[in-house]
Design a protein. Structure first.
Length: 200
């Protein structure tokens, strides 16, 4: 029996800011997404990460928060309680955006590290609409990708130790959209990197 060819993958860099360590007791207060690129078979095509983006600031869902976590984003919790987007509405808009930009391909969330961002993103998608356009496992961790390609331990897969040509020249600002765009560039650089031909 012939094997069906795999659908192309569309990689979407996602960064979230939260006011605590886990979703539910704590809130995702903002998230940004940027299309990084498309993989069709062995061919990866980088996208302009500023061209297709999504960003929302969200109303907190609980009274609990960690001051240090909230301070990272610089967002004002009182303002978010008044003006932040309803999480259900934001997730509905995000699902529609993901499906629009990934038409003809399978969307894959990518993050650095994906473990934290995916935990919040997937929980919110299921809690507020019971549907994830990425499925239950459609995420890729850039730290793991780098560790595997560079053949280094995962704990050594930190941006500061990566070859300069892999790192984005953009600043990591802890604004979710800025960081999603920055990490989209890193994703494309990693996908196109051939370490066997480079000096590690």
């Amino acid at each position: 029996m012939a094997v069906r060819p795999a659908r192309p993958s569309l990689y979407i860099s996602v960064d979230i800011e939260a006011d605590g360590p886990i979703p539910g007791p704590y809130s995702m207060i903002s998230f940004g997404a940027a299309v990084a690129g498309r993989q069709d078979g062995a061919v990866y095509t980088a996208a302009d990460p500023e061209r297709q983006t999504f960003y929302r600031e969200l109303r907190p869902i609980s009274d609990r928060y960690v001051d240090a976590a909230l301070a990272v984003s610089g967002l004002d919790r009182a303002r978010l309680l008044r003006e932040g987007a309803d999480p259900a509405a934001a997730m509905t808009e995000f699902r529609a955006w993901v499906r629009e930009v990934s038409a003809g391909a399978q969307p894959v969330m990518c993050g650095y590290p994906a473990s934290f961002d995916w935990t919040f993103l997937y929980w919110y998608l299921i809690e507020f609409g019971d549907d994830s356009p990425f499925g239950h496992s459609g995420c890729l961790d850039m730290k793991t990708l780098y560790a595997a390609k560079a053949r280094v331990p995962l704990r050594a897969a930190v941006k500061g130790r990566m070859p300069r040509e892999l790192r984005s020249q953009r600043r990591h600002t802890h604004h979710a959209l800025d960081d999603a765009v920055e990490q989209a560039e890193l994703m494309s650089n990693l996908m196109l990197w051939q370490p066997e031909a480079d000096a590690l």
